[in-house]
Design a protein around this ligand. Structure first.
Ligand SMILES: C[S@@+](CC[C@H](N)C(=O)[O-])C[C@H]1O[C@@H](n2cnc3c(N)ncnc32)[C@H](O)[C@@H]1O
Length: 251
């Protein structure tokens, strides 16, 4: 069986129990060397074949997985964070489908939730935003025009931007236009849950300079929105005057 497994954002304790078990039992692991901690591989059997996908093509990766699967070996394809977000797993799964090879996908802790936890905030606050937009600015990969940052920012929803920290200039300008103000809070979290994690807090007005000063050019999540700083309403769930399925309102 081939298992696509989410390794989580960095710290090896943040993989799921199921993911760790699959790693322990694997005969072959292909891991995303650019972002997955090598410490995850310490739990693998001595006989486990290990490959770093950073220097491999899609065809090479799928070929290795196919050969192992045909021999009924257990294969883990270890991806950073959650494999379903910017994981480039669809193209691997489609090739496996063409070859009639079965696989499963095991979710992981994405870096965007880890980043929100690192700054001790909640994306979804009553009277602030009930929506999270996960996106990126256009780089080498095109982004559909309807999803331009300027348009998305007009929603004033909580935002998490992947793969974008090297384009702070363009990003800040687009967000300012969309929000129509400069004082929108921004948090940039570099290598969240790794030992060299860095957190930079600012606003659309000053975040670019702060990020430049910190020398951050990659592996960062950019969180944007008023959920980071400002007023919000209490939840109905724990409001004493509100009844629901599990609790009567107190008088
Ligand atoms: C190819 S995407 C993979 C995302 C991953 N699947 C996830 O769910 O987190 C890589 C981007 O995710 C973000 N990222 C991944 N791991 C991170 C970490 N530990 N700290 C901060 N950002 C991270 C960065 O924006 C990075 O450029």
């Amino acid at each position: 069986m081939i298992s696509f497994v989410g390794a989580g954002p960095g710290n090896t304790d943040l993989i799921t129990v199921k993911g760790r078990k699959l790693l322990q039992e694997a005969d072959m692991v292909i891991y995303t060397g650019s972002l997955v901690s090598k410490d995850h591989l310490k739990c693998c059997k001595d006989s486990c074949e290990i490959y770093n996908s950073a220097s491999m093509t899609l065809e090479e990766i799928v070929d290795k997985m196919e050969k192992a699967a045909r021999k009924e070996l257990k294969v883990v394809r270890l991806h950073t964070g959650d494999p379903t977000i910017y994981g480039a797993i669809r193209e691997q799964m489609d090739l496996l489908d063409e070859k009639g090879i079965d696989y499963e996908v095991i979710p992981g802790v994405s870096s965007f939730t880890a980043a929100c936890s690192a700054i001790k905030r909640e994306f979804t606050l009553p009277n602030v935003s009930q929506t999270i937009i996960l996106t990126r600015i256009e780089g080498k990969t095109k982004v559909p025009e309807e999803e331009s940052l300027e348009l998305l920012a007009k929603h004033k929803a909580s935002m998490a931007l992947f793969l974008s920290v090297r384009y702070m200039d363009r990003l800040v300008e687009k967000l300012k236009k969309g929000y129509g103000r400069e004082d929108v809070p921004v948090a940039v979290v570099y290598k969240v849950t790794w030992e060299d994690e860095k957190i930079i807090i600012g606003t659309l007005k000053d975040i670019k300079e702060k990020v430049e000063r910190a020398g951050i050019t990659k592996t960062a999540l950019i969180l944007v929105g008023d959920f980071i700083k400002g007023e919000y309403e209490r939840s109905k769930l724990y409001d004493p005057s509100f009844s629901h399925e599990y609790r009567e309102a107190s008088k």
